[in-house]
Write a protein that binds this ligand. Structure first.
Ligand code: NAP
Length: 326
């Protein structure tokens, strides 16, 4: 099969399209003919040699999500049949024509959804639902603050929150991304002023603050979150594009009885990946099916153009997901 291989740690030019052996499914696994995959920040870090794949994933083929067709079954698989249109997350290896995945992490694509749209779903929607609802416990009538609201995860979180009946405040560094997020259901948008946004969030919430923060930027944004989290609020730190260090007001943490939660998907053991995939199938796929949420595809490139796709993502120009067709 053809796959994108990280030839050596480095820039986008180290991504090479090569012929590699087609994987074979073991017991409990399925092989999927990948029709489309999508780019994640983790892929960029892996390419630079800063984020190794978990031991059970291909080490040199990046890619954390896929949409495709079940092509072969390992022994004992009963969850899907050959020919099923499926999507899901993997620990690596989706920048390829074929991959293997555990059958219980594989989810059926809503009818009528094209592969290029389906590939924009798994990482963004699974991460968003897991962080904001499963861990952050966002409920109807509450308010959520979503940073980098125009990111893949941000656009998914906005739509899920809206579908749950929560109020959404989003932040982005450009007004144009806020404008596009409003079209997805965001209620209020903020362009942080020199990285500051807590005061503005308090104004928008009559000084009450927000119940949940989906923190996709990290760094100094976490200090600002402490200034605008409501009593018993939950700050879920999902991304660190803005840095891995923050100066946190612990007195505010105590007095507000707030919680700070950190999360990653990729490093979780198989049983937890099965659990998030099952939750996704139960709670998010029906929203996609009913068109209450939709995949946000910024652009579609061929697998061979993976390097260009990485450069585009690194430039922070996109809104939603960058998809690669295999
Ligand atoms: N924990 C997990 O399991 C998990 C899973 C998936 C993703 N993530 C993380 O979640 C975040 C979002 O992922 P994604 O793939 O959806 O991202 P994405 O689509 O690539 O978008 C990221 C956005 O972050 C903003 N940004 C970049 N650098 C920034 C900075 N220094 N300060 C403020 N904003 C900055 C940019 O938007 P603006 O130009 O509007 O600011 C950019 O478009 C990333 O940090 C990613 O690593 C974590």
């Amino acid at each position: 099969m053809r796959a994108i291989v990280i030839a050596r740690p480095g820039g986008p030019e180290v991504l090479e399209l090569r012929d590699v052996p087609t994987p074979t499914p073991s017991r409990g696994e399925v092989r999927i003919r990948v029709h489309a995959t999508a780019v994640n920040r983790a892929d960029l870090l892996q390419r630079q040699g800063r984020y190794a794949a978990p031991p059970d994933a291909p080490q040199d083929i990046p890619g954390l999500e896929y949409a495709g067709v079940v092509d072969a079954l390992g022994e004992g698989v009963t969850e899907v049949v050959k020919g099923d249109r499926v999507f899901g997350i993997v620990g690596g290896g989706s920048y390829a024509e074929y991959l293997v995945a555990h059958a219980r992490t594989v989810v059926k694509i809503p009818e009528g959804m094209p592969f290029v749209e389906a590939a924009a779903v798994p990482e963004a929607f699974i991460t968003a639902y897991d962080a904001m609802v499963t861990q952050g416990a966002l409920t109807t009538g509450e308010t959520v603050l979503i940073s980098a609201v125009g990111s893949g995860v941000g656009t998914a979180a906005t739509q899920i929150a809206r579908a749950l009946g929560a109020r959404v405040i989003g932040s982005a560094r450009t007004e144009s991304k806020l404008e596009r997020a409003r079209a997805l259901g965001m209620d209020d948008g903020i362009v942080p002023d020199g990285g500051k946004f807590a005061e503005r969030v308090l104004e928008l919430t009559e000084k009450r603050g927000v119940d949940v923060v989906v923190e996709l930027v990290g760094g100094a944004y976490v200090s600002e979150n402490m200034g605008c989290i409501a009593k018993r609020g939950r700050i879920v730190v999902v991304g660190l594009v803005g840095g891995a260090r923050a100066d946190i007001d612990l007195a505010a943490l105590l007095h507000k009885r707030a919680t700070i939660i950190g999360t990653v998907l990729r490093a979780r053991p198989l049983e937890e990946k099965i659990a998030v995939s099952t939750t996704f199938a139960r709670h998010v796929v029906p929203l996609l099916d009913a068109r209450a949420c939709k995949p946000v595809v910024d652009r579609v490139l061929a697998l061979a153009e993976a390097g260009a796709a990485h450069s585009y993502v690194a430039d922070n120009q996109g809104f939603g997901k960058v998809v690669l067709t295999a």
